[in-house]
Design a protein around this ligand. Structure first.
Ligand code: G6P
Length: 360
């Protein structure tokens, strides 16, 4: 059944492997009989009626929200802010006239996010919850819900919920773009199908990623993740995954930012994971990689087919440039998994962490 790990050693490994099936399920759930993208009219109307989106989330869901912002702004043309729930509630920014609040929460139970929902409802604002658990508190209390259809996620470190969140947000933004006549439509279902194939290829290639862990992470105490634009956001998630379960101190940075301070921490053999999936910044991120390499860093360059260069450590299959996070993150999920496994950690139940945090 869905809540058993079956032949897998850990729920996390199972859930990483569940991702192609989750993608297929999402593709199926979000299309009509004519295979057009489908989202409830009320949700689209709410979105069309708003002048700004405020995404509220915590942890991995916050990182998915950062990718969602790119979709809402670049496709649907709606200005979007992404906020950490625990900060927003005590330091609410100036709101636009017609805000739409989108809560992203795997569990739908995160207290920090719920506190924001309670406040914005008092102000009379509209809300949409994107969650894996339709009957959850955030789902019941918001005006609308979009379901992730990822199946139960048991491991504390979130994997398939993150990719499901990004996929569902991409569908929402594309339908909004269509309904608003933005002219930014892509054949999203076809592109998500390509993503599914690419994720499967990486899953089949997991032993190669375990080798990367052997080479880069066996003895280190820290690691850095750099990237630009979308790749920066995926780096934040890669660092979080690694911290959560391997307990290696890890930080994600914008490629250009490391040199403004943190580069002081680079020593001989400090691992730096660099992501290069975005054509516009491909040469820039490679420049950043050279900067840290010159200070002794050991750079693991993860690039995308078509943008790859000789010597790259790992090359992911080519997918639509707005959807690369769905694929590149899988490499980082495996890196975190094997790093934790090799250190003998409890992969599914890391110390000090809870699957859902229901206290503020
Ligand atoms: C906890 C979990 C994280 C998760 C975060 C937000 O801290 O350990 O994995 O990303 O809560 O959870 P949510 O259910 O709201 O997405």
């Amino acid at each position: 059944s869905d809540t058993e790990k079956g032949t897998y050693d850990h729920y996390m490994l199972k859930e990483i492997n569940d991702q192609p099936a989750a993608m297929r399920k999402i593709i199926q759930e979000y299309q009509d009989e004519d295979e057009n993208l489908k989202i409830d009219t009320e949700i689209i109307d709410q979105l069309k009626d708003s002048d700004r989106i405020y995404v509220i989330a915590a942890g991995t869901s916050y990182h998915a929200g950062l990718i969602g912002k790119e979709f809402f702004e670049k496709w649907a043309g709606v200005p979007t802010e992404v906020h950490v729930a625990s900060e927003f509630v005590y330091n609410t920014p100036l709101l636009s006239e017609k805000p739409l609040f989108i809560f992203i929460s795997q569990s739908g139970e995160t207290a920090d996010s719920r506190a924001v929902l309670v406040e914005i409802k008092k102000l009379g604002h509209k809300s949409l919850t994107v969650t894996n658990v339709p009957g959850s508190t955030l789902s019941r209390e918001a005006d609308q819900t979009l379901t992730l259809h990822a199946g139960p996620e048991i491991a504390v470190a979130s994997t398939k919920a993150y990719t499901a969140q990004i996929a569902v947000l991409s569908i929402l933004a594309q339908v909004a773009a269509r309904e608003l006549g933005k002219g930014t439509e892509i054949n999203l279902m076809q592109e998500l199908a390509k993503v599914t194939t690419a994720i499967t290829a990486i899953i089949d290639d997991a032993p190669a990623i375990e080798q990367i862990v052997n080479e880069y992470l066996e003895t280190t105490r820290n690691a850095f993740f750099i990237g630009r634009t979308m790749d920066y956001y995926v780096g934040l998630e890669g660092a979080l995954k690694l911290k959560e379960i391997s307990y290696i101190q890890a930080e994600g940075f914008a490629g250009g930012e490391l040199k403004h301070g943190t580069i002081a921490l680079i020593e001989e053999n400090t691992p730096v994971f660099a992501l290069a999936t975005q054509e516009k910044v491909n040469l820039n991120i490679r420049g950043n990689a050279q900067e840290v390499e010159a200070r002794g860093a050991k750079v693991c360059m993860v690039s995308m087919e078509g943008l790859n260069q000789e010597g790259d450590t790992y090359v992911i299959p080519r997918v639509h440039e707005m959807l690369t996070p769905l694929v590149s993150v899988v490499v980082y999920q495996f890196i975190a998994y094997y790093a934790a496994l090799h250190r003998g950690n409890d992969v599914d139940k890391p110390r000090n962490l809870a699957k859902s945090v229901t206290v503020e």
